[in-house]
Write a protein that binds this ligand. Structure first.
Ligand SMILES: Nc1ncnc2c1ncn2[C@@H]1O[C@H](COP(=O)(O)OP(=O)(O)OP(=O)(O)O)[C@@H](O)[C@H]1O
Ligand SMILES: [Mg+2]
Length: 362
C-alpha cells in the first residue's frame, strides 16, 4: 500500500495536566486543502504547532511520505505558516518582508528579486514592495504574510485563523484568493478556523475538532448529510433535535416515543443506545415538510403553527410539538401551502425515514 502524503499519526499533547489533543489521526493527500474546524480550545492550533515543529507531541508522530519529521527543526521542515495576527517585521518594507525567508536560506540576489516579484503578483500586490507594513490595510498585511509564507515554495502551508481579524467582506475576498493560490501552486494547505462558512467555502475536506479529538472528517456535503455524532450534526448547518425515549431498537434503527405518546417509525441510530434510554432525532429545516395530513409512514408529528415569515424565495415556519418543542421549517415558494399557513393552524411535520437519523444520548 502506498503511504499517504502527510500523516498525523495518533498525536497527543499534554500541557501539565491539560490534554490539548488526544489521539489526533488524519491523513492528507498532496495538494489537498483541509480545514480544522471546531470550538475554542478544541486543539486546532496545537495540532498545527506540532506540524510546524513549534511544539513536540507527548505521543504520536508526524510523517511526510512515510518518514517522521519530528526530529527536523522548524526552520528546516519546509512548511510555511501564516498566523491569525499580522506578524510582519514592522521595520522592513513589504519586499524585504517577503525576501526574508530567502535571505535566511542564503539565496542569491537575482533569484530573490525574481521570487519576490512573483510572490507579490501571486497575492496581487505588485507595485507595493517599497511600502512599510504600517501603511497597509489589514487585508494587504495578510496578503504580504501569505506571500512571505509561499515565497520559498514550501510543499505544505499552515494557516491559523489568518482572516479572523478582518471584516466579513474582506474575509470573503481573500478566501477566493486563497482558493486561487491553492489551485495555481498545488500547495497542500491545512487551515484552522472556527467559522463554519469559511470552512465550507474553502475546503476539500473538513476535520471537525472537539475536546482535542477529531470527531469526523469529510467534505462539507458529507458532514452535512451524514453527521456521525450529535456534535457534528449540531456544528454543521442548522438543526433541531427532538429528544425521545427509545421505544424499540433493532438492526441499528430506533423508534422514538415522545412525551405526548407519539411513536415514530424507525430511523438509523448513531452511537450506543438501549431500550428505555434517550435518543435525539435530527431534523434539518429544508429536509422536513409541512402538510395538513400525517402521511401514514410514521415519520411525522402533529404540530401547531406559531409563526410564518416570508424570506422572499421561501417561508420560514415555526411550529410547536404536542410537548412544547419548537421546530423551524423552510418551505419553498412553489410549496402547495406557501402563503396559506397562519398562526394556530394544526399541521404535520413530515420527513423521509430513509435519510433521517437519531443520536443516542449518553
Ligand atoms: N502553551 C500551552 N500551555 C498550556 N495549555 C495550553 C497551551 N496551549 C494550548 N493549551 C491548552 O490546550 C487546549 C487546546 O488549545 P488550542 O490552542 O490548540 O485550541 P484551539 O482549538 O486552537 O482554540 P482557539 O479556537 O481558541 O484558537 C486548550 O485547553 C488550551 O488552553
Ligand atoms: Mg487556535
Amino acid at each position: 500500500m502506498s503511504s499517504p502524503y502527510l500523516h498525523i499519526d495518533g498525536v497527543r499533547k499534554v500541557y501539565n495536566d491539560v490534554v490539548a489533543t488526544d489521539n489526533v489521526d488524519l491523513t492528507i493527500e498532496q495538494g489537498e486543502l483541509v480545514t480544522f474546524l471546531g470550538p475554542s480550545g478544541s486543539g486546532k492550533s496545537t495540532t498545527l504547532y506540532i506540524l510546524a515543529g513549534f511544539q513536540d507531541p507527548t505521543r504520536g508522530d508526524i510523517r511526510i511520505r512515510g518518514k517522521s519529521i519530528l526530529s527536523i527543526p522548524p526552520h528546516k521542515r519546509q512548511i510555511g505558516m501564516v498566523f491569525q495576527r499580522y506578524t510582519l517585521f514592522p521595520h522592513l518594507s513589504v519586499g524585504e518582508n517577503i525576501a526574508f525567508p530567502l535571505r535566511v536560506r542564503r539565496m542569491n540576489q537575482s533569484e530573490i528579486a525574481e521570487r519576490v516579484t512573483r510572490a507579490l503578483a501571486l497575492v496581487r500586490l505588485t507595485g507595493l514592495e517599497d511600502r512599510m507594513p504600517a501603511k497597509l490595510s489589514g487585508g494587504q498585511q495578510q496578503r504580504v504574510a501569505l506571500a512571505r509564507a509561499l515565497v520559498y515554495d514550501p510543499p505544505v502551508l499552515l494557516m491559523d485563523e489568518p482572516l479572523s481579524a478582518l471584516d466579513k467582506k474582506l474575509r470573503e475576498e481573500i478566501q477566493v484568493e486563497i482558493r486561487r493560490i491553492h489551485q495555481e501552486t498545488g500547495v497542500t494547505i491545512l487551515y484552522v478556523t472556527h467559522d463554519q462558512d469559511e470552512a465550507l467555502r474553502l475546503s476539500d475536506r473538513i476535520a471537525i475538532f472537539n475536546r482535542g479529538r477529531i470527531e469526523q472528517v469529510g467534505t462539507g456535503p458529507e458532514l452535512y448529510e451524514n453527521p456521525a455524532t450529535h456534535f457534528v450534526a449540531d456544528f454543521i448547518g442548522d438543526s433541531t433535535f427532538l429528544a425521545g425515549e427509545i421505544a424499540e431498537l433493532a438492526n441499528g434503527k430506533v423508534s422514538l416515543r415522545f412525551s405526548d405518546g407519539t411513536q415514530l417509525s424507525p430511523v438509523r441510530l448513531h452511537g450506543d443506545g438501549r431500550r428505555g434510554g434517550t435518543a435525539e432525532l435530527l431534523l434539518r429545516p429544508e429536509r422536513v415538510d409541512l402538510a395538513a395530513e400525517p402521511g401514514g409512514t410514521g415519520a411525522s408529528l402533529p404540530v401547531t403553527v406559531e409563526d410564518a415569515a416570508f424570506l422572499g424565495n421561501a417561508m420560514l415556519v415555526s411550529v410547536r410539538t404536542g410537548w412544547g418543542q419548537q421546530i423551524v421549517i423552510r418551505i419553498g415558494f412553489g410549496h402547495p401551502l406557501s402563503g396559506r399557513i397562519k398562526r394556530g393552524d394544526a399541521m404535520h411535520v413530515r420527513w423521509n425515514p430513509e435519510t433521517a437519523s437519531a443520536f443516542a444520548k449518553g
